[in-house]
Design a protein around this ligand. Structure first.
Ligand code: CS2
Length: 493
């Protein structure tokens, strides 16, 4: 009992929070909106919104966030009755810390209130539009990074450019309206795990604008700042058990608290056209070039995450910490990072890669997070290129072996067949899932047929890898081992 009938978290109930719970150190009612964030999911709320919360508390009160969901109304339905307030629960083996965040001042749902979203984006007070729409939200080709002009959402937005649905369509329409109104363009701050994410989003925007109007494209290319960033915090999806636990601790009901590890990192390229909060005073690193940090994060953290997710799921593990508790799996992750990835990275002086790798192993082992392998396995077609295949290309160019990367790619292939090692269905979530499934069904569970069939998906593997004999052999052999001996044995070998 208790938690179901407990009052809801809101501005009116803030003073009932227990003393141990952090809360906004400012008057949330007097915050102005300076940032529109597109894709207001759990990650944004546990990451950027916390940095902004710190800056609001420090007195930079013009940088509140208007969060926008591009699809589902769920976040708005949870947060609007709570005046945008929500809890961040930071979890580790040492326990839990709770903090109520107040930086999200409005929440909108694009399909439900498109005109309000455009009005928010064209408000001259809005100086930054930040993004976490996941890899697939950019409507780009993951292998090349270029806009996919034949993407159905792009085609729809070109047919009706003033009623956009896709991210590129929405941003370009808003930028065009600002241009026509004589309002300076906002800075576009991409916070997704894409390679050269600022550069990629700039290319997608100019690519889309070019298809609409070359003058608009030139304006965007000349005037819109798109700093690159590296974002890092492990934020598993919230469960019903998490909600109940947070409500019990708060004595207030929060419809959507977010769960996170203690670690948080944000590396931001110093390139803002209309100012920014002093994020560096909230722990962010402002740098001239994020590239080395980006490769380090995508190739070490995200690559091992994806490898452990596919292999771990196939081996029957529910969470990453369960996988890491298995000595063979922890050894696999250690060797993947040290032997196959580390030699491809060139870091600035002062960055200690072995220490970073050790910290990743500890973070993955965090027993309090319960980050599901299935969640990380989502959208592999959009993730593999920057997480695994860039390193593979570097290894091939150096004539160096990459057995663990090959096994990770093979595990993805095994996973997208949609059947696990016991013949049970896998709920494969991926924008290409149907095509992948068809290819897998046609090929059957035979490595010599399945590997070449899936290697033919050029949005993932490009034009080079499917014809590289060393790569094809390595992946086919790894897939054969998975079919013959299963993921546990393959990991141990
Ligand atoms: C994960 C990331 O779901 C995934 O694919 O690898 O969300 C990962 O947790 C974050 O990038 C950590 O910063």
């Amino acid at each position: 009992m208790g938690t179901v009938t407990a009052p809801r978290l809101s501005r009116a109930t803030l003073d009932r929070l227990p003393a141990c719970c952090g809360r906004p150190g400012y008057d949330v009612g007097s915050v102005g909106i300076g940032i529109v964030h597109l894709g207001i999911g759990a990650f944004h709320r546990a990451h950027q919104a916390v940095y902004v919360d710190d800056r609001l508390a420090a007195g930079e009160t013009g940088w509140g966030i208007c969060g926008v969901s591009l699809r589902s109304p769920d976040t708005a339905e949870a947060l609007v009755p709570q005046d945008g307030l929500y809890t961040v629960a930071t979890r580790s083996g040492e326990g839990e810390r709770l903090r109520v965040v107040g930086s999200v001042r409005r929440v909108l749902v694009a399909p439900r209130e498109p005109a309000t979203v455009i009005a928010a984006l064209t408000d001259p007070g809005v100086r930054i539009v930040s993004l976490t729409v996941t890899e697939k939200g950019y409507c780009h080709d993951p292998a090349t990074g270029l806009l996919q002009a034949d993407h159905p959402d792009i085609a729809a937005d070109l047919a009706a450019p003033h009623h956009p649905k896709s991210l590129p369509g929405l941003l370009v329409e808003a930028l065009d309206r600002r241009r026509r109104a004589g309002t300076e363009p906002f800075t576009v701050l991409c916070c997704d795990n894409l390679p050269k994410n600022g550069h990629t989003v700039a290319g997608v925007l100019s690519g889309f604008a070019r298809l609409r109007d070359p003058g608009l494209a030139a304006f965007i290319e000349d005037r819109v700042a798109c700093p690159s960033t590296v974002v890092d915090r492990i934020v598993p999806a919230t469960t019903e058990a998490d909600r109940a636990e947070v409500a019990a601790a708060l004595g207030l009901r929060d419809a959507w608290p977010v769960m996170a590890e203690p670690f948080s990192q944000w590396v931001i390229e110093e390139n803002f056209a209309l100012g920014r909060p002093r994020f560096e005073e909230a722990g962010a690193q402002l740098v001239a070039d994020v590239a080395p940090f980006e490769l380090m994060k995508l190739r070490l953290l995200n690559a091992s995450h994806s490898a452990l997710a596919y292999l771990g799921y196939l081996a029957g593990f529910e969470t990453i910490s369960d996988v890491m508790a298995e000595p063979d799996c922890a050894r696999f992750a250690t060797a993947l990072m040290r032997e196959e990835v580390r030699p491809t990275l060139r870091m600035p002086a002062g960055v200690d890669l072995p220490a970073y790798e050790r910290s990743l192993l500890a973070r993955f082992a965090n027993p309090a997070l319960r980050h599901r392998t299935w969640q990380i396995a989502m959208d592999g077609s959009q993730k593999l290129p920057q997480r695994l295949l860039g390193t593979v290309r570097d290894r091939l160019a150096a004539g160096a072996p990459f057995p663990r990367l090959a096994l990770a790619v093979a595990a993805w292939m095994r996973y997208v067949t949609g059947q696990d090692e016991h013949g049970r269905a896998i709920d494969v979530r991926d924008p290409l899932s149907q095509r992948l499934r068809r290819l897998a069904d046609d090929a059957g569970p035979v490595a010599d047929r399945l590997a070449p069939a899936l290697l033919g998906v050029r949005e993932v593997f490009g034009d080079d890898l499917p014809v590289h004999p060393v790569f094809v052999r390595a992946v086919t052999d790894a897939l054969d081992a998975l079919f013959r001996h299963g993921a546990r044995a393959a990991l141990a070998a």
